[in-house]
Design a protein around this ligand. Structure first.
Ligand SMILES: Nc1nc2c(ncn2[C@@H]2O[C@H](COP(=O)(O)OP(=O)(O)OP(=O)(O)O)[C@@H](O)[C@H]2O)c(=O)[nH]1
Ligand SMILES: [Mg+2]
Length: 446
């Protein structure tokens, strides 16, 4: 188990510096073989010298940093070799380390060891991958909030609160003659508090998902309404083909931009109409899928003409969705726009103020306008979302049982389920497979 592992910690390719990292009990011995310097290596102090191979032949000049367990990222002895940023040198250093007895690390193995040595909890370990994958400042901030690991303590506190009630209930169920039934009002208060805490956890998680993954906006409407023109105007670029021929866009086109701090994926779609040829019908099928998958639907209509059946159909079909309705072509008239409600944005894709209003409406509808920011630890993975939803479901049933005046024993089963589900979030009931899945997301050397 306790092999010493080695891997490049920097991406392949040339650069100013590359780092090769080792972790495990043989780091000091390997440092003695692979590094020569006039000065002795001191713990966590950068020392300049020569990196040599297994035959003591120089590979490069660079810096070595030795850290001793448990004061390192992995909690083991680690050795970091900083060399010139050449793929050939990195390859040679890794090869030399392996020939001196180290083993090539698998993806995420350094962080996995950090987790196994108690340096990080499971939630924080997963956040390491999210920090690396962050594509925006706010995504990085959200991931950083999880690195601290406060979530686990928070969830454990909630589990403990539920466990205390379960214990009282168990006593009353097992020894009905000796132990009094716990006060229903007190049990209900605990359930209420847990419900509101978990709902907050879910809301924060949704915000985290938004900053990490961005929001998708499907631009839909009848043919020729100006959907592709709108995509181009929002991007400030002639990305999509625009023409006066209805049915110009046949396939969905995806581009992204940032609106109020959130990465937005704009999806331009084929105009939807009833009588279309085969190719166009396939495009329309894709448009419908895009509508289903998008977070926000942007319905574009030609406001200069009376609304057709397609336009009315789309308005009906998207009525229960998060949407923005845009009546375009105001420079040509308002015959159609006049028949629409007050919440509709009227204007033209050729007018900068209209485009600004549409950007604003997307932010308002999608995330209430403010740049989302998350400084609290929050749930991030699908697994954590599932577990919290399941716990909430169990608590809702417990609540209903208490309200309905049913025997209090029924509550115990639901509370036990909530307790078990939360164990998946705190990592207390983590399985080997789950741990494997989390670390499978990592790159080699992390
Ligand atoms: N006058 C005027 N013309 C516009 C406006 N917006 C778009 N157009 C024109 O309307 C025509 C259709 O625009 P597109 O952007 O191709 O429309 P679309 O909705 O993508 O159409 P399909 O891809 O065929 O479904 C083009 O000739 C545009 O130049 C507008 O605000 N005013
Ligand atoms: Mg188009």
């Amino acid at each position: 188990v306790n092999e010493t592992i080695v891997a490049p910690a920097t991406p392949p390719g040339t650069g100013a510096i590359s780092i090769v990292r080792l972790s495990g009990p043989d780091c000091s011995a390997l440092a003695a073989r692979l590094f020569r310097s006039n000065e002795a290596l001191r713990e966590r102090v950068a020392t300049y010298g020569t990196i040599v191979d297994e035959d003591a032949v120089a590979i490069d000049r660079g810096v070595a940093i030795l850290a001793r367990a448990p004061h390192s990222y992995t909690g083991e002895d680690t050795l970091e070799l900083q060399v010139h940023g050449s793929p050939a040198i990195v390859r040679e250093v890794v090869r030399a380390a392996i020939s001196c007895g180290a083993r090539a690390a698998t993806a995420g193995e350094f962080t996995r060891r950090a987790f196994l040595n108690g340096k990080l909890d499971l939630h924080a370990a997963a956040a390491v991958a999210d920090v690396i994958a962050a594509e925006s400042r706010s995504a990085a901030r959200a991931a950083l909030a999880n690195l601290g690991g406060g979530l686990t303590a928070d969830v454990r506190a909630q589990r403990a609160r539920i466990a205390a009630v379960l214990e009282d209930l168990a006593g009353a169920i097992d020894f009905p003659d000796e132990v009094a039934e716990p006060d229903r009002a007190r049990v209900l208060a605990t359930v209420n508090a847990a419900q509101s805490d978990l709902q907050r956890l879910l809301r924060d998680g949704e915000t985290g998902r938004l900053v990490r993954e961005g929001a998708s906006v499907a631009i839909v409407g009848p043919p020729n309404a100006g959907k592709s023109s709108l995509l181009n105007a929002l991007l400030g670029d002639d990305r999509a083909i625009v023409s006066e021929i209805a049915g110009t866009t046949r396939d969905t086109i995806e581009e992204s931009l940032v609106i109020a701090g959130v990465r937005v994926r704009l999806i331009d779609t084929a105009g939807i109409r009833a009588h279309a040829d085969r190719l166009e019908s396939e495009g329309i099928a894709r448009s419908r899928r895009a509508i289903d998958a998008a977070r926000i639907v942007l319905v574009v209509l030609d406001g200069s003409h009376p609304l057709g059946d397609e336009a009315r159909g789309l308005l009906e079909q998207t009525a229960d969705r998060t949407r923005v309705i845009f009546a375009n072509k105001s420079d040509l008239g308002d015959t159609g726009a006049r028949t629409l409600g007050a919440d509709v944005i009227r204007g033209s894709v050729r007018d900068a103020a209209t485009i600004a209003a549409l950007r604003n409406a997307i932010a308002q509808q999608g995330w209430h306008g403010e740049t989302p920011d998350l400084e609290r630890p929050h749930i991030a993975s699908a697994r954590e979302f599932d577990a919290v939803r399941d716990a909430l479901d169990a608590l809702a049933r417990a609540h209903a049982t208490l309200d309905g005046g049913d025997p209090i024993d029924f509550v115990a089963g639901e509370l036990a389920r909530a307790h078990a589900s939360l164990g998946h979030v705190s990592g207390d009931t983590a399985t080997e497979e789950l741990i494997d899945n989390i670390f499978a997301r990592f790159c080699i050397g992390k």
